[in-house]
Ligand binder design. Structure first.
Ligand SMILES: C[S@@+](CC[C@H](N)C(=O)[O-])C[C@H]1O[C@@H](n2cnc3c(N)ncnc32)[C@H](O)[C@@H]1O
Length: 286
């Protein structure tokens, strides 16, 4: 979802939104999870980043991944494509988990499928073996709106990690992301993906975002996904991770090419300059 993947997927194209069916609009026939995955997810990119971040923390490969807020757990499925790796996906909601079982897990070899474990539960549970990498992607920890809730979650995540473990999250920011009624429209194959930054309250940092899809026949899938989050800032998150017991917190910022566009190279930074819209990774080392 969202800005992160707009940037990472720039230039990529999506696919079909469904076959023809008499009397039904393209929106009626669409599968919102399929559209979501085509629009915003790039699990191969996440793998590259996880491998880099883990190597820079511990100089060896990681084996065990826990994906919190896993949704359709595309990241878990990508992770186990390499032999010897195991993945644990945790999400509260049966709907994305079942979609992922039918569409992502089913595409793996039986031996790979056995190395994926899914848990329908709150991420604030200790129900998995200790992980080398605990990922909470696509801003999902922003569901936790108070410092108490967030530090509590970070403490639990810390406890779910092996001694040589890292937690990986992404964050977004910049002036464009806190402006009401902003629509970011991107063509993906034969449909349009629309990320709506609907509201942002500067006093509470409550923010609402929606994902809509629009089709060639003019039909729309409005509010296919909606998110009501607290818009956290990097310094706040950093302080709360340290409070939760993490020994180091690194901010990874993307480099730019000669045209000033993101070049897909991420490195640790302690200072940077402002941009209208940015995405960063936060890597907390246990
Ligand atoms: C923004 S989606 C992210 C899905 C996926 N991580 C991705 O990158 O696309 C957030 C997911 O978090 C789940 N979720 C929200 N609160 C949760 C909680 N406290 N515990 C477990 N899952 C939760 C929702 O069911 C939803 O599938």
């Amino acid at each position: 979802m969202s800005k992160t993947k707009d940037k990472k997927k720039a230039g990529k194209t999506g696919g079909k939104t469904g076959g023809k069916s008499v009397g039904k609009s393209l929106a009626d026939q669409a599968d919102k999870y399929k559209l979501y995955q085509k629009s915003v997810q790039e699990p191969e990119h996440e793998m590259d980043f996880f491998e880099q971040a883990y190597k820079e923390a511990f100089d060896r490969p990681a084996k065990v991944l826990r994906e919190d807020f896993c949704g359709t757990f595309a990241v878990c499925c990508e992770w186990v494509k390499q032999e010897g790796r195991t993945a644990y996906g945790v999400d509260l909601d049966d709907e994305p988990l079942n979609w992922g079982r039918a569409n992502n897990l089913a595409k793996l070899k039986p031996e790979q499928q056995e190395r994926v474990t899914l848990i329908k539960d709150d991420v604030r549970t200790n129900s998995t073996p200790k992980a080398h990498i605990l990922a909470a992607q696509n801003f999902s920890f922003w569901y936790f709106k108070t410092r108490e809730e967030l530090v509590d979650y970070f403490k639990i995540a810390h406890g779910n990690l092996a001694d040589d473990g890292i937690m990986v999250m992404d964050m977004m920011g910049g002036g464009e992301c806190i402006t009401d009624d902003q629509n970011d429209v991107r063509k993906v194959g034969n449909f349009k993906y629309i990320w709506e930054q609907a509201t942002y309250d500067p006093i509470t940092h409550d923010a609402s975002f929606y994902i809509h899809f629009k089709f060639k026949d003019g039909s729309k899938l409005k509010k296919a996904f909606e998110y009501h989050w607290r818009f956290w800032t990097i310094p706040e998150v950093r302080e709360l991770l340290e409070q939760a017991g993490f020994s180091q917190v690194h901010v990874y910022w993307e480099g730019t090419d000669k045209d000033g566009e993101g070049d897909g190279e991420w490195s640790r930074k302690t200072k940077t300059t402002s941009e209208p819209c940015w995405i960063a990774y936060i890597v907390a080392v246990k």
